[in-house]
Each structure stands twice: as structure tokens, then as C-alpha cells.
Design a protein around this ligand. Sequence first.
Ligand SMILES: Nc1ncnc2c1ncn2[C@@H]1O[C@H](COP(=O)(O)OP(=O)(O)OP(=O)(O)O)[C@@H](O)[C@H]1O
Ligand SMILES: [Mg+2]
Length: 349
Amino acid sequence: MTMRWHNERIILLDPDILLETHLPQEINARVDQIKEIEDCLRPITEGRKPVNCWLHGRPGAGKTATARSIMRKLEKEAGIRGVYVNCWENPTIFSVLECVAKELRMLGAEKLSTSFKLERLKRHISKERIVIVLDEIDQSPPKERNAILYNLCDLPTVGLVCVCNSQYAYFGLEERVKSRLNPARIFFEEYTFKELFTILAQRAQHGLIPDAYTKQLLQTVAGLANGDARIAIQTLKNAAYLAERDNHEKIRSCHVKRAWNSANDVKKSYLLRKLTDHHRLLYELIAKKAGILSGDLWRLYQKMCRTTGTKPIAVRTYSDYCNKLVEVGLVQAKRAAIQGKVREFSVVQ
Ligand SMILES: Nc1ncnc2c1ncn2[C@@H]1O[C@H](COP(=O)(O)OP(=O)(O)OP(=O)(O)O)[C@@H](O)[C@H]1O
Ligand SMILES: [Mg+2]
């Protein structure tokens, strides 16, 4: 339940509409991606093996919302069972199977080992058509990730929708897993200003008192959110709370600014939580010295590891980790004004 301030002025008509977990009836601005995913999954409606999908793109690009909305539609219109698994919360093959068994109400599967669970699942779904969304698939360790995908894509009437920020996580899979999974890779680009405005207008229309905001205010939020729908919606929600707390009738731009700052801080810590200690250390080092050159960062990182008695990652992994920081939008990289492939890193403010 959401805590409300006990003021006379109410701006949030329905706070749940502005929650991250709220799945709107309509997913705006993702027509192409939705069509592509539906085309891939369509064979399953006729009991044939569908094409698996790999959705990737920056945080807040609507990947989870799109996957969940397609799941809901398939369930409603074609009677296909949808199972949603968050691999951050369930990072092992064992826990993924546990989750699937629970969703499908497979009785007595709890006590079984992984291989027995798989056998039971195969028997159970022999007549069922299922779509499994594996969200945050890059959060399970590589060995488990390979095992999850290898085993699940073997099931004949199961379509897999893998979701994560990165397509590197796909390239890093074992060859036998990649060829078995063979997914259509579907990219979710960042939203444009106009798209974010439409998403915000839809939420505001259902969640806020009409007189509490203007078109211009939504445009300000859309501009600040920089392509990220999560930041946009959180900023609007927090701004509405701040305005209510100040007992104002309308949300003002000062509320938006404060709300955006805190949404941005939450985003950073959320992204960093998803990464390893080594990513976090690299981020901290970059934060301390804007424009640090990649070679200097590598030396500084090794020095920090020696000081703390931590085993450093290999140089190849180091480069992947830096790419990951850039990919999720925590760090920006530009080519240094010296020869070669040297890059300069700075944190994104
Ligand atoms: N096209 C859209 N229409 C309506 N709401 C959207 C749309 N895209 C995203 N949202 C909303 O924005 C928020 C963030 O979207 P979502 O969780 O799908 O992002 P994501 O791409 O999965 O991000 P991450 O990579 O961090 O998991 C959610 O509350 C979602 O409902
Ligand atoms: Mg997501």
C-alpha cells in the first residue's frame, strides 16, 4: 500500500497506475517490436515450435512491459500459458524450474532434483503450449544461464522470450546453446521525446487529477527522462507526491526537478546493484576522475585490488565490464584525442 500525506489536496487519483509494476492496457510506441515478437511466437498457437526471442536494450525501454503484455494477450486470445521468471531473483536452473513448476501448479515437484524436475516438466507440458519469459537473463551466472536455456529450449511446445539489457550476454553463450536457442534478436531503442510524452500522458490521464498538470509539465518530464520510461513515470509520480505534500493544487516545475533528482539517484543505485563488485569499483574510480583514460583506469583498478587483497579480473573481462557500464548508461566513453583505441571514461550525471 502506498502511504499518503494527510492533506486536503489530492493530486494522485490512483497511485497504483504510476507504479512500476502497473501494466497498462496499451503499450505505446512499440508496434514494430510487438509485431516481430508475435510473429515469432505465432506457430505455438497451432501447436508448432515457435521462434525464441531475445529482447535487448537500455533500462526503461519497455522490454519487460512489452513481454508481459504479449504474455497477457496470448493467454487471453489463444489460451497459451504464460510463465514469467525473473532470473535476478531466480538465478539458477533449479530455481527457474521451481518457479515454472509453481506457476503451472505441478504438484509434488518441490522435492525433486533438477533432472527429475525437468522430466516432470516435460511430461506435464506435453499437451500444453507455454511461453516462458526469462527476464534479466544476464543476471544468472554464465554456467546457470547456459543450463537454463539449453534445457528449456529443448521443450517442444515452449517459446522462450529472453530479456536483458545486453546482446553481449547472448554472444557469450556456449555455441551449442546459441544454436539450439537460435533466437530472433529484437532491439528496443530508447524512447524519443514524443514517445515518452505519449506514455506519460496516458498514465497521467488515468492516475492524476486533470487540473493538476499541464501539457508543458509532461513535456518537461519527458525531456528530463532522456529516453527512459521508468525515470519518466517515477519522476511524475514523485512530483505529484511532493506537490501533495506541499498542499499545492498543481504540480510545479520545482517539484519535477526534485523528483527527477531522486528518480535518477534510485536509477543509479538500481543499476549498480545489478552489477558485480568489480563493475562497482570501476564505476567509483571513474566517478572520482572524469575523463580517465582506459589504461590509467586499468592500472588504478589493479592497484585497488592489490590494496584490498581482491583477485582482479582478466584484462579481457575488464574491457567487457567497461562496455557493460557504457551499455547500461552509467558511464560514457569517448575516443581520447590520442592515437589508437584509447578511450576516456566519465560517469553519466
Ligand atoms: N511503451 C510503453 N507504454 C506504456 N508504459 C511503458 C512503456 N514502456 C515502458 N513503460 C513503463 O515504464 C516502466 C519501465 O519499463 P520496463 O520495466 O518495461 O523497462 P525495461 O526495458 O524492462 O527496463 P530494465 O532493462 O531496467 O528492466 C514500466 O513501469 C512500464 O510499465
Ligand atoms: Mg525490465
